[in-house]
Design a protein around this ligand. Structure first.
Ligand SMILES: NC(=O)c1ccc[n+]([C@@H]2O[C@H](COP(=O)([O-])OP(=O)(O)OC[C@H]3O[C@@H](n4cnc5c(N)ncnc54)[C@H](OP(=O)(O)O)[C@@H]3O)[C@@H](O)[C@H]2O)c1
Length: 270
């Protein structure tokens, strides 16, 4: 377990459910994930599968207190009132009384709107409806602005974080400010063919996927890989029995291409 800045305990790896389909696909993925030991589940209003995840948790009789459940406010629901009303809808769809974390999905370029959204997050946190609050895709300048204006500082920043896309300055900034980094797209969104990574992974008798997940965990960063497949789910959590050497960590770090697979948070607006 890692620890958030409000002392909440959080699992070191989780299951992302972006693009997971309602019904059998979600139900089976949640079943196999839970059986394999996953205790953190990451969805979002934007994924339109909160209801499906809620149904899957119920169908598999997963005790609510066993898991760390995350959702995110959709861009179209930003602003004080809509953040609160959409949060209530998220609770209903997920069939739960509280979330373990609620995150702002994208910062956007409207600072006033972002602060209004954050005020709503603080309100939900104070009410005890959510155990921790945080953001996604926030860069240093956006975190700095939020830290200067907030009452409660974010506990999490969920960002794209792989050997091909990582920002040492952002990681250091978050460490200094006790903000937990969570890595989205940790398996290069499925594009795992990379000779150099394969060679390093082979040294440890691990797959490239396992190497990439371990690379995050070893830095104190929580990866949230998505898989709908029983064997791959098992493989992805089987990453706690090896240690990547300092030299191999450095080699992986040097692969940085600063190539995003999604929007640039400094320009993307909605
Ligand atoms: N906050 C944000 O803005 C943001 C943005 C994007 C994603 N996210 C979150 O992060 C999670 C993960 O990101 P992602 O889903 O985009 O990409 P990802 O986890 O990097 O990659 C998922 C892809 O990898 C495949 N895969 C899984 N395990 C594998 C393995 N061991 N070997 C080979 N292929 C494997 C999956 O296919 P199968 O399912 O067939 O195994 C799927 O196609 C999302 O589900 C979502 O929860 C957040």
């Amino acid at each position: 377990m890692f620890r958030l800045n409000n002392e909440t305990q959080i699992p070191e790896i989780g299951l992302g459910v972006y693009k997971m389909k309602a019904g059998k696909e979600m139900n089976d993925a949640v079943k196999y994930a839970y059986q394999s030991g996953y205790r953190l589940y990451d969805t979002a209003q934007m994924y339109k599968n909160e209801q499906a995840l809620g149904d899957a948790l119920k169908e598999n009789k997963i005790p609510r207190e066993d898991i760390f459940l995350i959702s995110k406010v959709n861009n179209c629901n930003q602003g004080y009132e809509k953040t609160i009303s959409s949060f209530k809808e998220s609770l209903q769809k997920l069939q739960t009384e509280y979330l373990d974390a609620f995150l702002v999905h994208w910062p956007g370029q409207d600072k006033a709107r972002m602060l209004d959204t954050w005020k709503a997050m603080e309100h939900l946190y104070k009410k005890g409806k959510v155990k921790s609050i945080g953001v996604c895709n926030f860069e240093i300048s956006q975190l700095t602005y939020l830290l200067e204006h907030c009452e409660i500082k974010p506990m999490i920043d969920q960002v794209e974080h792989t050997p091909l896309m990582h920002d040492e300055k952002l990681i250091s900034f978050c460490k200094e400010n006790d903000i937990q980094i969570m890595a989205w797209g940790p398996l290069l969104r499925g594009n795992l063919e990379n000779k150099k990574m394969e060679e390093i992974a082979e040294k440890y008798n691990k797959t490239t996927a396992q190497l990439l997940l371990r690379w995050n965990i070893q830095q104190g960063i929580i990866p949230i890989p998505k898989s709908k497949n029983e064997q791959r789910l098992q493989q992805n959590i089987d990453v706690f029995d090896f240690e990547i050497t300092k030299e191999d960590m450095e080699e992986l770090n040097h692969m940085n291409e600063n190539h995003r697979t999604s929007f640039d948070p400094l320009t993307f607006d909605f």
